[in-house]
Ligand binder design. Structure first.
Ligand SMILES: [Zn+2]
Length: 324
């Protein structure tokens, strides 16, 4: 049995779904952000199913975002459950702070390079540091492999690396029942942001490579998921849903429209990615500077790939221009 436990978060997204797999071993997939309120909500939700934190035997994490990984240390310590994560993701779960440092460094460098004002970058860096407290770490006792499996007494899930929304995105697929535990790889009502974060290896690219092409990677991941036979998607936010293939097709069309719109803006005049974000999202591009920057860069990457735009760098700041 898969039970959805929607846990409140302090973030704009609202509740995050943890999943209680009433199986042998008793398993929790994703854990909620590291806060007292989330822990209380999780304990209440577990109790509704006749369980407590101490009963958990296995914890599985789908990806690196704080609303999914935050309570992992608290829960692992209280329950003694094994902690399972994809092999390339395990170092992040074990030392969230070190990865957050690298992530902040990359984000700040990208924002400066793509036209966000330096004083704004400083403000956003402080905000990002404040948000870090919602994260958490625990020793990973079981490293999963892409293409491997996660076994239970009476069912088995394929472990599949699907980077794009984040470099660590992992989905779990039970081919017999058609259930997909999707994390934030595919959500019904909102498109998952292709957030640029340091690569982790495997399908997410090598850590020392150039800037990860997050949307490019995400589209490849979605294409792989689209080809699967899935009955029910259990997402990281919102209700379960079916007909994933049509939804993914809609997402492809949306990304294509957005790429066309960005191409039109670049055609009018050379612009930085941040200027493009401001003309599309207005003030949101300031308050959510990194998120909107990642959206623009993701689509610009598609245009570069089609040889429609080129990068023009001047004094360390990049503007995008139509190819002549
Ligand atoms: Zn996420």
């Amino acid at each position: 049995m898969i039970h959805r436990l929607p846990i409140p978060t302090p973030f704009r997204i609202g509740r995050v779904n943890c999943y209680l797999l009433d199986e042998d071993p008793l398993t929790l997939v994703d854990v909620g952000p590291n806060s007292g309120a989330s822990l209380v909500a999780l304990e209440t939700a577990l109790r509704e199913h006749g369980r407590g934190v101490e009963d958990l035997e296995r914890i599985v994490i789908t990806h690196q975002h704080t609303d999914h990984v935050g309570l992992v240390g608290v829960l692992a310590e209280r329950s003694g459950a094994e902690v399972c994560a994809l092999d390339v993701f395990a170092p992040v779960v074990e030392d969230f702070d070190a990865y957050a440092d690298r992530n902040d460094e990359l984000a700040q460098a990208l924002m400066r390079r793509h036209g966000v004002a330096p004083d704004m970058v400083t403000v956003l860096a402080a905000m990002s540091r404040a948000y870090r407290g919602w994260g958490g770490s625990a020793p990973v006792t079981r490293r999963l492999t892409d293409g491997g499996s996660l076994e239970f007494a009476s069912r088995s899930f394929d472990v599949l690396h699907r980077p794009g929304h984040s470099p660590s995105d992992t989905v779990f697929y039970d081919a017999a029942s058609g259930d997909l535990l999707a994390g934030d790889h595919l959500l019904k009502t909102i498109s998952s942001n292709p957030l640029i974060a340091p690569a982790l290896g495997g399908r997410s690219g090598e850590p020392e490579g150039e800037r990860p092409r997050a949307l490019r990677m995400y589209i490849d991941s979605l294409r792989a998921t689209q080809a699967m036979e899935i009955a029910t998607v259990h997402p990281g936010h919102g209700d379960a849903f079916g007909d994933h293939a049509a939804l993914i097709e809609e997402r492809f069309a949306m990304h294509d429209r957005r790429a066309r719109k960005i191409f039109a803006l670049i055609g009018e005049q050379r612009r930085t990615a941040h200027e493009i974000a401001q003309s599309i999202w207005g003030n949101v591009a300031v308050t959510q500077a990194y998120l909107t920057l990642c959206e623009v860069l993701g689509h610009v990457d598609l245009l570069v790939e089609r040889a429609e735009v080129v990068e023009v760098e001047e004094d360390g700041v990049v503007r995008w221009a139509a190819s002549s």
